[in-house]
Design a protein around this ligand. Structure first.
Ligand SMILES: [Zn+2]
Length: 337
């Protein structure tokens, strides 16, 4: 009988992940195509290691149109002093590099949504090969993983760091302690619409500490959200003991997503007119937005009302919306976990 042996990854790192000091290089992923027969995708990576201590893996642009992660991590990679490090920091500022270069959520090569492609495949698409390398070669090195997200071009969020409810309550507590140390203006106990294929789930199932974020969106990053992202990375490295000193704590408001009632989805195409802004408190039954049919005048808009009391934590960004698009996300203020 044939037994399947795991195929090795086609990705070659040009840095030595076990060496001391600072290294800037690439994860080289062969990608044969019309304009480059033996070409590659070159994903930037930086490793900073010194002395004994834990390993942190910091990733941005898992979705290519989310910018706080790359903004914080290209700067961190340039400035992190190895003499200040106890342990190792692996920085990949633009994980789905083809998507990042195209300014799109998914890869222009294979339309792969990296954060729906985990654990990945060594013999799959370019996006699946990136996921597989991360799953089998980077995450196992890490004690703590921070994966930056924001809303991309189509969503905007209150700035928060987040972790998930986990079956292992000790692991869950470690994740929320790391979220608290990140010290974003908001901290979220998050549920996912669709957790299959996410880096989050892959890291959590390996028993690691995992922190994600949603730090804004609308296809850009602001001075404020970049500052939150930068301070958060430093705080997490201090929390892990990789950098010395206590995290720079700032006030945070804890949010919970208690059920699927948090999410509202457009039921038709049209013009979306929000009646509330991010951070506003709404009560169940109050109107969040009106959706106008745009084919002719004289038609009443559909009212989208809050299914629960909460804070508007996310909203659709473009002025036009399509049936099935996520229109809004509500969250509930709560005590710290
Ligand atoms: Zn994202």
């Amino acid at each position: 009988m044939l037994t399947a042996s795991p195929r090795s990854s086609p990705v070659t790192p040009t840095v030595d992940l076990s060496a001391r000091g600072v290294q800037h290089g690439h994860l080289r992923l062969p990608y044969s195509r019309d304009d480059s027969a033996w070409g590659s995708v070159m994903i930037p990576i930086c490793v900073v290691a010194n002395g004994a201590g834990p390993t942190a893996l910091l990733t941005g642009a898992n979705h290519g149109d989310e910018y706080e992660g790359p903004a914080a991590l290209f700067e961190l990679a340039r400035t992190l002093d190895p003499a200040a490090v106890s342990g190792r920091v692996i920085i990949v500022p633009a994980l789905n590099y083809p998507a990042f270069r195209a300014g799109t959520r998914t890869s222009p090569i294979d339309k792969g949504n990296l954060n729906r492609s985990f654990p990945g495949r060594p013999d799959g698409s370019v996006t699946e090969k990136i996921a597989d390398y991360v799953t089998r070669h980077l995450v196992p090195l890490a004690d703590i993983v921070l994966d930056y997200h924001s809303g991309g071009k189509t969503l905007d969020f209150l700035p928060y760091a987040a972790a998930h409810e986990l079956p292992d309550k000790a692991q869950e507590a470690r994740c929320f302690a790391a979220v608290a140390a990140f010290s974003a203006p908001y901290s979220m106990k998050m549920i996912e619409i669709d957790a299959v294929g996410m880096l989050d789930t892959t890291v959590e199932e390996m028993g690691k500490v995992f922190v994600t974020t949603e730090l804004g969106g609308a296809g850009t990053a602001s001075a404020r959200t970049i500052d939150i992202a930068r301070r958060g990375a430093g705080n997490l490295l201090k929390h892990a003991g990789i950098l010395a000193g206590p995290p720079e704590m700032a006030p945070t408001r804890w949010l919970d997503m208690p059920s699927g009632d948090c999410f509202a989805f457009a039921q038709d195409d049209g013009l979306i007119v929000f009646e509330r802004d991010l951070g506003d408190q709404v009560r169940a039954g109050e109107t969040i937005a009106r959706l106008y049919p745009v084919g002719k005048t004289g038609l009443a808009p559909a009212e989208y009302r809050a299914a629960m009391d909460g804070v508007l934590a996310a909203r659709h960004v473009p002025g036009l919306i399509k049936a099935g698009d996520c229109l809004s996300v509500l969250a509930v203020l709560k005590e710290a976990p």
